[in-house]
Ligand binder design. Structure first.
Ligand code: FAD
Length: 320
């Protein structure tokens, strides 16, 4: 139940109910810090794994291999079992220098003054608008996260023959999602001269029946209302056209650090994540950060969960 507006203070507020935030909450509780609250802007907790409808998740935490949704549900069950309040549909909009956080929830706006705040807001893929991809602004361009939310949470299929841009591990997660949803990508391309994932992972594209082309440049999307095709220059300098009805822009993760920025925390110039010391503490010592918000390159869920736990132990010590 969302009763956050009745609370004005607490020991620790955790922003983000993904693996890092939940790992931290459980560890804080275990360390004897009882006055905790987790806030998340989504309608259900669990973070990104909620819509990764494939394994492997949960091995490190629960010694079981689960799909993302099973893992997210298990994490939420553990939160409820531990009696930790979880305030959903609650977006944190500002961080004050004294630790006061502003939020918006369906009941309206509010402020909370915790003694410590853990930022566990994760990371996101760079959308088309922030990439140097030229051409028409037609409909049908999605990131992996957006595609997975549509397929797994809303049971919708936005296209049937997309072109996949990127060859990071998440790009192969996108291929997996496409296969499950009956989507057949026309190709997977990358501007790099080699795939971003190591051998033999990139051979997975053969398994999915998707040709992989590296060294592509001058990517141009065309289409009037919807996407009709993508033109590229391949590694031999030849122009090629792909007829497709969508584009999947995958990977290129950037930390979800807007709150940290607005809150005046020091941000690392190169990575864009909040600067932390070895205890996970930010430049303002009331704030800590954990999970993929501070990991560059991004880490798997188990590692974020573990990192949340480690930072939580330092927060508990700090409070004492
Ligand atoms: C497509 C894809 C496939 C993946 N596949 C795997 C896999 O197979 N196995 C694996 O182990 N890992 C996988 N991962 C990685 C894994 O999902 C991440 O490592 C993990 O979710 C990171 O956890 P986190 O808690 O740091 O952040 P997240 O899971 O991103 O959680 C952050 C939470 O913060 C909330 N939030 C952000 N800003 C605010 C705000 N202002 N107010 C309130 N709430 C806010 C968000 O709603 C979100 O719930 C995959 C990732 C992606 C994108």
């Amino acid at each position: 139940m969302n009763d956050i507006r009745r609370r004005k203070q607490c020991d620790v507020a955790i922003i983000g109910a993904g693996p890092a935030g939940i790992g931290a909450a459980l560890a804080l509780k275990k360390a004897g810090v009882n006055d905790i609250i987790i806030l998340d802007r989504e309608t259900t907790g669990g973070g990104v794994p909620r819509h990764c409808g494939h394994p492997p998740f949960g091995l490190r935490e629960y010694a079981r291999i689960m799909t993302g949704p099973q893992y997210a549900q298990r994490n939420i069950r553990e939160v409820h079992k531990a009696g930790i309040p979880l305030s959903l549909k609650t977006s944190v909009t500002a961080l004050g220098p004294d630790g006061t956080i502003d939020y918006v929830c369906p009941q309206g706006r509010g402020k909370l003054s915790p003694k410590r705040v853990l930022l566990a807001t994760g990371t996101r893929e760079t959308p088309r608008s922030a990439r140097f991809i030229s051409g028409d602004r037609a409909l049908g361009i999605y990131t992996t996260g957006a595609l997975q939310s549509m397929v797994y949470l809303k049971q919708m299929v936005p296209f049937y023959r997309p072109l996949v841009i990127g060859t990071e591990i998440v790009s192969f997660s996108a291929l997996w999602t496409c296969k499950k949803a009956g989507i057949q990508p026309v190709a997977m391309i990358d501007e790099r001269s080699r795939p971003a994932v190591a051998w033999p992972v990139f051979y997975a594209s053969h398994y999915f029946g998707v040709p992989l082309l590296t060294g592509c440049s001058n990517i141009t999307i065309y289409g009037k209302a919807r996407i009709e095709g993508v033109r590229i220059v391949d590694q031999h300098g030849q122009q090629r056209d792909f007829s497709c009805d969508g584009v999947l822009v995958t990977g290129c993760f950037t930390p979800e650090s807007i709150l940290a920025r607005l809150g005046g925390l020091t941000i690392e110039k190169k990575s864009g994540r909040p600067l932390t010391d070895r205890y996970g503490r930010c430049s303002n010592p009331i704030y800590f950060a954990a999970g993929n918000l501070v990991h560059q390159p991004v880490k798997v869920a188990g590692k974020c969960w573990q990192n949340g736990k480690t930072v939580a132990k330092w927060i508990a010590k700090d409070l004492l």
